[in-house]
Write a protein that binds this ligand. Sequence first.
Ligand code: FAD
Length: 511
Amino acid sequence: MDDVHIVWHRRDLRVHDNKALFEATKDHTKSILPVFIIDPFFFSEDRLDSDDRILFMFECLEDLKQSYRNLGIHMHIYFGDSVEIISKLQKKYRAKVHYNFDSSMLYGYSRDNKVKLNKNFIGYQNDALVRDGPSRIAWAKQAQDYFDDNIYTLNKTKTYKGIVQEKQIRLGKVAQKYNLKKKQTYPLRGGESIALTHLDEFISKHISLYSRSISKPELSKLNCSRLSAHYSLGALSPKYAYQRVMASKHSKRTKDFYVTRLFWREHFTQKLEDYPHAQQKAINPICNVEREKNQKYTDAFFKAQTGFPIIDAALRCLIDTGWLNFRSRAMLASFYSLILRQHWKDGADFMHRHLVDGDIAINYQQWQMQSALVGVHPLRIYNPRKMIEEHDSQGIFIKKHLEVFRNVKEVEYLCEPQKYAYQLKSQYGIILGEDYPKPIVNFEKEAKETRALVKEKLDEIRASLNDPNFLKKASFSKLRKFRKNERKEKAKRKLEEKNKDTSQKSLGDFL
Ligand SMILES: Cc1cc2nc3c(=O)[nH]c(=O)nc-3n(C[C@H](O)[C@H](O)[C@H](O)COP(=O)(O)OP(=O)(O)OC[C@H]3O[C@@H](n4cnc5c(N)ncnc54)[C@H](O)[C@@H]3O)c2cc1C
C-alpha cells in the first residue's frame, strides 16, 4: 500500500517550484502529508543561528502551513529527532517519503545518510549542485541548465487529499520552551508568499537602481532585493526568481547584475559541498597574517566600539537589524582579519550569529576571501575614510546607527574623529574616549604591515596556485584554466615528440 505520500520539508519552505512536492502530488488520488521536523539540534549550546533567524524560520513555516491550507492539505510540524520521527511516520502509513536533497551542512549529511538506503525515501535534485560528481569543470553549464529548467507548479484546480494528525507541536510552544525573543528589526517577515510579493516589487520598482545602490550601506537597504534570508531557507526558489527577472523588460545589463548573484549563491554552495571544512579551516593557510589573540581588539569589535565610525555603524546595523549590504560585510571581515589581524573564524561566527540570512556556504567562504585566506584574489583592505567618502558621503548611514553622531553635520569629522576631537567637543559636546572611543589601532600602520607580510609570502602563494588539489577548493575558474594549460602542454609535448620521431626517421634514412 502506498496511498500516502509524505513531503519531508527541510530547507525548501515553499510550495512553488518544489520538486519533491510536485512529484508527491502527481497522483492526486493519494493522500499528501507535508511534514517539517524541528530537531532539538537546532537549539544546541553552540548553535550559530540567532533567535531572530529561528523565529524567521517559524514565520516561513506558518506561511507554508497556510499555503497548504489553501490547497486543502494539513501540514504537520513535529518536534524531536528528525530521522526517528520521519521513519515512524513512513512505517505507520507505509508511505513514500519525498524530499529535496539538502546541501552543505554536516547535520544534513548525517541525517540523509540514515535514510539513503531505504527505498521508500525518494530524494530529488532541486538545485544547481553536482553531488558525488567526479569533476566540477562543467559546473557553469550545470548551473545554467538548472536555472533554465521548468518551474514545478502545482495544479491549483485539482483537489488534494490531506491527512489530519493528532499529535503536533505549536511553534509558539517551541519559542516559549527555548525562550526565543526577537531582538532585531529585520525588514521582512519570513514566508514564501511575502517573498513572492517582495520579488515582484523589487523587479518593478528597485532593480533598475540596484547596481548603483548595492555598495551604499543606506541606499542598499532600499534597492537591494533583501531576499537572502528567504533564499537561504528555501522560502523562495532561486530558479523561479531568475526566470522572473529574466522575463522582465529591463535591460540585459540590469538583469544580469542581479542574476549573476544567484549563480554565485549556488557556486558557494557547490564549493562547500566539495570542501565542507571551509567552515572551519583556512583554504590556503599560507596567506595567514593573524597575530596573537588580542582581547581588547576582539571586545571592541564585538561591541561596535572600534573608534572607526563606519565600522561601528556597520556592526551596529548587523547587531540591531540582522542584515548588512555586501560591501559593509566585506569591510568588516577585512578589518577584523587584516587590520586587527584576529582569527577569521571568530569574526565569521560572530557575523553568522547576527545574520538573519546566515548561510554557512556564503558567510564562511566570503570571510575567507575577504581575509585573504584563499590566495586567488587580490588583497582587499577597505579604508574606512574612503568608504565614507565614496559610499556614505553625507554620513546618513553612520548617523542612523550611531546615536552619538546624530547631529554632526561635518562628514570629515566622521571620517577622522581623532583629527577633529577639538571640534567634536566644542561644537557637539562629544568627548573622544568618553562618549565615543578613540580608534583602537592606527589604520594606515596596520594596513602597511599586512601588505608587507603578504608580499613576503607572494612566491609561496603563487606556487600554491599550481596545485590542482588546492585549486579544487579555491577556484573553479582557475582550476579550469590550469587544466586547459595542462592539456595544451601535453598536446605540445606530444607534437614535439612526434616531430622528433619523424626527424629521426628521416635522418636515419640518410645514414
Ligand atoms: C563577509 C560576508 C559574509 C556574507 N554572508 C552571507 C550570508 O551568510 N548569507 C547570504 O545570503 N549572503 C552573505 N553574503 C553575501 C551578500 O552580502 C548577501 O547575500 C547580500 O548582502 C544579501 O542581501 P540581498 O538579499 O539584498 O542581496 P542582493 O544583492 O539582492 O542579491 C540577491 C541574492 O543573491 C545572493 N548573493 C548576493 N551577493 C552574493 C555574494 N557575494 N555571494 C553569494 N551570493 C550572493 C543572495 O542570495 C542574495 O539574496 C556575505 C558577504 C560577505 C562579504
